[in-house]
Design a protein around this ligand. Structure first.
Ligand code: SF4
Length: 383
């Protein structure tokens, strides 16, 4: 296992045990402070979602200005995306659950980008175009089923929305040099030209409402901190094109079930994550076999307590499955004190996860009826 200093975080690679505070300093972003959370709690009617209350979203760029603008009658919109190469797993939902919370509490529009083109260009395993298109639709349904409002949610499905994206992508592309994308993403002479152009397409949704409405509409992008470099480019060129810089809200990565620092499933590590299409028996097997912070024996755990910070089960409680702060504290303290043993903890979590899968499957069926209607296919103006 690498030490705390040995970690790598880029848009295309995350490895090692990440020192998040050091990473934030390296990236030059601001911490999410208690004052900022208190302002947000007040604006949202007195509550925060788990991902904010428990420090998972811990870093930002320009969030206070965006919230001040909202408080003074200047609404913003949300933008997030998904590169479809297979079924979603639970940690993919984190940023969308936060967006849904913002939409529900503050009534703001949501823009989703499904990057079926980028997944095809960036795939190291040679994924087929038909597959990225197929998973794009399936992933979109899963995302929308989290409770997004069909009237206020818009999807750029890259290969199908290119007519809407392209007029603005032309302008964006002229502002981004090859040396910039090469430096940010580490491209080399073997990189295909699709990926070189892709940064322009990924930037467009951050500016699209401002362009479409002919006025400055602020944008908030919740994303994993590994995606910050993508949007640094968008921020660098925004003002030169007459658009506001998008604000960013960064999350930590959700650890994998096998004890790795991120829930990546590349290669043969499908047991590292809970996929939304896993049958109940598979979910149970994965949870039962998950890496924990428990001790070697029951006696030791009762005496010394366990270590939640390294436990993949605790990470699931923390990020998504503890419904209240009281429950989260109870699990955490029970773990640390040795009152709660890993077998019981896993059984409790399993019940919660299975209940989520059942309700999500129902919501998914209803969402299928309207998911396609969110896809934007036409530009608001020709140029
Ligand atoms: S008691 Fe639960 S949270 Fe603590 S180490 Fe065991 S499985 Fe993880």
């Amino acid at each position: 296992m690498p030490g705390k200093k040995d970690f790598v975080v880029t848009p295309y690679e995350v490895k090692g045990r990440i020192d998040y505070e050091r990473l934030r300093e390296q990236f030059g972003t601001q911490p999410v402070t208690p004052e900022l959370l208190s302002k947000l709690r007040h604006m949202a009617g007195g509550e925060l979602p788990p991902a904010l209350a428990r420090g998972i979203y811990y870093s930002h760029r320009d969030l206070p200005a965006l919230l001040d603008g909202y408080a003074n009658g200047r609404p913003f919109f949300l933008y997030s995306g998904r590169g479809p190469s297979g079924p979603l797993h639970t940690s993919h939902l984190l940023q969308f659950q936060l967006c849904q919370w913002f939409q529900q509490r503050l009534g703001v529009p949501m823009y989703i980008q499904i990057t079926d083109d980028e997944k095809f260009w960036s795939s190291k395993t040679g994924i087929a175009r038909e597959e990225t298109a197929h998973w794009g639709v399936e992933n979109l349904i899963d995302i929308l089923a989290l409770g997004f409002d069909p009237k206020r949610t818009f999807t750029f499905f890259d290969s199908r929305s290119i007519g809407a994206l392209y007029p603005l992508a032309i302008r964006v592309a002229r502002k981004v040099t090859y040396s910039t994308v090469k430096a940010v993403f580490g491209f080399d002479p073997s990189t295909n030209i699709g990926l070189v152009f892709y940064t322009a397409l990924q930037t467009v949704p951050a500016f699209w409402p401002s362009w479409a409405e002919g006025r400055a509409v602020p944008c908030l992008i919740p994303c994993g901190i590994d995606q910050d470099p993508h949007f640094r480019i968008s921020r660098d060129i925004a003002e030169g094109l007459g658009f506001p810089k998008p604000a960013l809200l960064h999350s930590q990565m959700v650890p994998g079930l096998l004890g790795e620092s991120v829930m990546s499933t590349t290669g043969d590590r499908s047991d590292n994550a809970l996929f939304l299409n896993d049958p109940p028996a598979t979910v149970e097997r994965k949870v039962r076999n998950a890496f924990t912070g428990g001790r070697a024996t029951v006696e030791e755990q009762r005496r010394l307590g366990a270590v939640p910070e390294v436990c993949s089960i605790w990470a699931l409680w923390r990020t998504q499955f503890a419904r209240t702060e009281a429950e989260f504290v109870e699990v955490t303290e029970g773990c640390r004190s040795g009152r709660l043993l890993c077998g019981e903890c896993k059984s409790r979590l399993l019940e919660r996860v299975q209940a989520f899968y059942r309700s999500h499957a129902e919501a998914r069926e209803k969402t299928k009826e309207w998911a396609e209607s969110t896809i934007v296919t036409a530009a608001p103006k020709p140029l």
